[in-house]
Design a protein around this ligand. Structure first.
Ligand code: FCB
Length: 475
């Protein structure tokens, strides 16, 4: 079978109207962190602390997307994508995190949205992809309820400005990372290691989701509102009771905590019980769970790998990001749990490649929450690419995408209501604590010159989308 036929057959397994896209986030691509009245985010402050980012780099330049709207949009167009997912930098729009608006910040996103629409590309906007205004962190950050209130206000401002043209909204990206890498392990900004506060942060991120969702729906009842969660199938290393319990615990925090809150209006009892070792949940106020349980039009699924765990403390707790910096455990009340590898091939992040886990995850989500549509809003892999004679032959990434898109098709075959797939990422960018050392793009970026080159995986993906177009227009 030629590659071309392979893509045609794969594309044909998805329903008409399926949206194919690629994703980025503001701090990872924009650069221009001091331009035009942008305020500081927690990442601007964090990257200045020695040892936080492995290569000592920061997002000041990133891939210069702020100054290069046309360049990014033409890449999206060149790949033929239906949709582009990007995030709004909250401190670019509200430099102090309160209701005062920086027009120039909004203008950038207005231009980006208009250019995408002109190019026939549907924007999917994430409101929070981890760049909290530092002013709000100074006031206590996500462990404080006020941050959630301010986020609701920001959502209203963003929706008032863009809601006439943007119909797809993702409130919060990966609250697990924002709460537990940001406030428990300290691998991510703001770098705090406070297990109890991290659980309060997780709750307030969910309250923020509820408030943002309400603001968007009040502005446009027809908008599609979603939350972005990162899922991992979790397996016990053996059938021994401590390993089985470890799997239940990690699955609880990683997969069920946020989803049950958003879709069932309650935190899972067993997780609350586990967390009671470090917090009394006194931060949960009357009405919070109803707010968090606001109707969801779509659940955004970010998927990279699987976890295999053991109850043996010596296994060594790692995080989803396995950041290279000195850090605590991102698993409050569960730091006795170890993570093991199972001999599968790994990406450059050390993440095991487990595409069947994606099919399983989608089927399980549909089974547990049958009423909500699902979208893959991130899926991808880092590999150490080389630009040789103007080409990037990234066959491992190509295979990763082929396998994972196939895994999505398997889930669709079994009746999962999947509506979209976004590759992470459109282009190589600033990979948080890993700086510029990990490449996830469909497009290679020379970080010195800014030159962009579509990788072989990008060409493969573009062909897939071209075939998909023959099955009907995207939503
Ligand atoms: C996800 C993040 C995204 C990127 C990928 C590799 O957890 O949402 O920004 O870092 O991992």
């Amino acid at each position: 079978m030629t590659i071309d036929n392979d893509q045609a057959a794969l594309a044909a397994r998805f329903p008409a109207g399926f949206a194919w896209g690629a994703a980025t986030s503001s701090y990872q691509v924009e650069g221009s962190t001091k331009a035009d009245g942008r305020g500081k985010s927690i990442w601007d402050v964090f990257v200045d602390e020695p040892g936080r980012v492995i290569d000592g780099s920061n997002g000041e330049k990133a891939i210069d997307s702020y100054r290069n709207v046309e360049g990014d949009v033409s890449l999206v167009k060149e790949l033929g994508l239906h949709s582009y997912r990007f995030s709004l930098s909250w401190p670019r729009i509200c430099p102090e995190g309160d209701g005062r608006v920086n027009r120039a910040g909004l203008d950038y996103y207005q231009t980006l949205v208009d250019s995408l629409l002109e190019a026939g590309v549907t924007p999917w906007v994430t409101l929070y992809h981890w760049d909290l205004p530092q002013a709000l962190e100074n006031g206590g950050g996500w462990p404080k309820r006020d941050t959630a209130e301010r986020f609701g206000e920001f959502a209203r401002i963003a929706h008032e400005a863009l809601g006439d043209r943007v119909k797809h909204w993702i409130t919060v990206n990966e609250p697990w990372c924002a709460a537990f890498l940001g406030y428990a392990s300290g691998e991510h900004a703001p770098g705090r290691q406070e297990p109890a506060a991290s659980i309060a942060a997780a709750h307030h991120l969910m309250v923020g989701h509820g408030l943002a969702s309400r603001a968007i729906k009040e502005g446009d009842p027809d908008a599609t509102v979603s939350i972005g969660l990162n899922f991992y199938p979790v397996y016990a290393a053996t059938d021994a009771p401590p390993d089985l319990d470890a799997a239940r615990r990690i699955d609880g925090v990683q997969n069920r905590f946020f989803t049950d809150a958003a879709l069932k209006g309650r935190y899972p009892e067993d997780v609350v019980e586990d967390f009671s070792a470090v917090t009394d949940f006194s931060f949960v106020e009357v009405g919070d769970m109803e707010l968090i349980n606001a109707p969801l039009d779509c659940l955004s699924v970010n998927f990279y790998s699987k976890f295999t765990v053991t109850g043996d403390a010596d296994g060594g707790a790692v995080s989803a990001s396995a950041a290279p910096t000195d850090s605590g455990s991102p698993w409050p009340a569960n730091d006795h749990i170890g993570f093991v590898t199972t001999g599968l091939p790994q990406t450059d992040m050390g993440w095991e490649i487990a595409p069947q886990g994606l099919t399983e995850t989608l089927k399980r989500l549909h089974n547990n929450y049958p009423d909500v549509k699902l979208a893959i809003t991130e899926n991808g892999a880092a590999f150490p690419d080389k630009l040789v004679d103007g080409q990037v032959a990234d066959s491992e990434r190509l295979e990763y995408f082929r396998a994972h898109v196939g895994a999505c098709a398997d889930a669709v075959d079994e009746g999962v209501p999947l509506v979209a797939y976004f590759a992470w990422s459109l282009a190589d960018n600033f990979e948080w604590a890993w700086g510029y050392t990990k490449r996830f793009g469909l497009v290679y970026v020379d970080f010195e010159t800014g030159q962009r080159v579509v990788k072989d995986s990008g060409k493969w993906y573009a062909d897939l989308v071209r075939h998909a177009r023959s099955h009907g227009e995207a939503q």
